[in-house]
Design a protein around this ligand. Structure first.
Ligand SMILES: Cc1cc2nc3c(=O)[nH]c(=O)nc-3n(C[C@H](O)[C@H](O)[C@H](O)COP(=O)(O)OP(=O)(O)OC[C@H]3O[C@@H](n4cnc5c(N)ncnc54)[C@H](O)[C@@H]3O)c2cc1C
Length: 309
């Protein structure tokens, strides 16, 4: 059934304090709306349960990207366009920059926010594997206090999260410690634009002595010192493939056997489903290929980061 606008109220305070006070007065009654690219889809489908909406789109406290020596703090209301265009994100956190480029079309990138992607909590959300790989931390704010939560502990099950009804995500923090790493991401969808992921992967790796693959003078080889592999669309929440990480850590790159072991371990860690976009079997096979490809590329200079159709 179509939604009737007369059934809804919308407030748009211009200060973060006013929004969190409103949430605290009637916890669970007010639904924050940022870019609205998920909320308005529910509204148009007549499926928006909340009747009271509070806009957080114009809050300056949520719209800035702060660069500190140790970390960057991305306001939760930053759009994909802001992420795509930010030079430090492009240089130091390319997995997030790629995810921003791959999310919807330009109009969606101008409105959709990183905070909205996190709280909407789709298993196929494109930015979330990057946040897992970079071990992001979230700053949550309410009238009670601010608290900092590792993103790894935030999503606890399908659409379940560690966020109280009176809390907002204020910022997403990424530590600036990934120089010398290979950043590798892939999104597999039905086409190159406007496609929901069938499988997505965000991975990081560094060879021994902090040298990146390219610093081996074009030689294939080296020992894997640190590796983080995160995947989306293959379980109710995005996953870190910690067993695969353990299997490959300390091993020499370039061996087909190692890539095979990684592929097997990845398949056993995920819980893919059949749905309108894909089958569980396809998702499992493709994820294994992407993990194996990442392990192989770790030892090859000039590894690309790309998207397949
Ligand atoms: C055409 C189209 C294409 C899309 N393509 C993709 C895609 O390729 N990949 C992808 O991952 N997603 C895609 N999306 C989904 C959507 O654009 C993203 O999830 C987007 O990041 C949501 O952000 P928003 O600001 O619009 O969220 P909103 O719709 O405003 O809010 C979504 C949810 O988050 C909550 N929320 C928002 N901000 C905060 C905050 N700071 N603190 C607490 N709660 C908050 C809201 O209350 C609501 O529950 C697409 C959507 C459309 C319509």
């Amino acid at each position: 059934m179509r939604s009737n606008p007369a059934d809804y109220s919308l407030l748009a305070p211009d200060k973060l304090d006013a929004v969190v006070s409103l949430l605290a007065q009637e916890p669970g009654q007010w639904l924050p709306i940022a870019g609205g690219t998920d909320v308005m889809v529910q509204y148009a489908a007549g499926k928006l349960a909340a009747r009271k909406l509070v806009s957080i789109w114009n809050l300056p406290e949520l719209r800035a990207i702060e660069t500190l020596p140790e970390e960057i703090r991305i306001g939760a209301g930053c759009t994909y366009t802001q992420l795509r265009e930010h030079q430090i994100i492009a240089r130091e956190f390319p997995l997030l920059a790629s995810a921003a480029r791959w999310t919807g079309g330009i109009a969606n990138q101008n409105r959709g926010t990183l905070g909205g992607n996190i709280v909407n909590a789709s298993p196929a959300a494109d930015s979330l594997p990057a946040l897992l790989a970079y071990e992001a931390e979230l700053i949550l704010v309410s009238v009670r206090a601010e608290r900092r939560v590792p993103y790894l502990d935030f999503h606890t099950g399908y659409k379940k999260m560690n966020l109280a009804p009176d809390e907002l995500i204020r910022a997403i923090c990424l530590r600036r410690e990934f120089s010398g790493y290979l950043h590798y991401s892939r999104k597999v969808g039905a086409r190159n634009a406007q496609a929901i992921s069938k499988v997505c992967l965000a991975a990081l790796g560094r060879l021994r002595d902090g040298r990146s693959a390219g610093e081996f003078g074009g030689q294939i080889g080296g020992t894997i010192e640190d590796v983080r592999i995160a995947v989306g669309s293959v379980a109710p929440i995005p996953l870190r493939l910690t067993e695969v990480e353990q299997i490959v850590s300390g091993k020499s790159v370039g061996s087909r056997e190692l890539a095979q072991q990684a592929r097997k371990s990845a398949a056993s860690a995920i819980q893919p489903i059949d749905d309108i976009r894909s089958t569980a079997r396809y998702r499992s096979a493709v994820l294994g290929n992407l993990v194996a490809e990442f392990i192989e590329k770790l030892g090859i200079p000039e590894s690309p980061s790309g998207k397949t159709a």
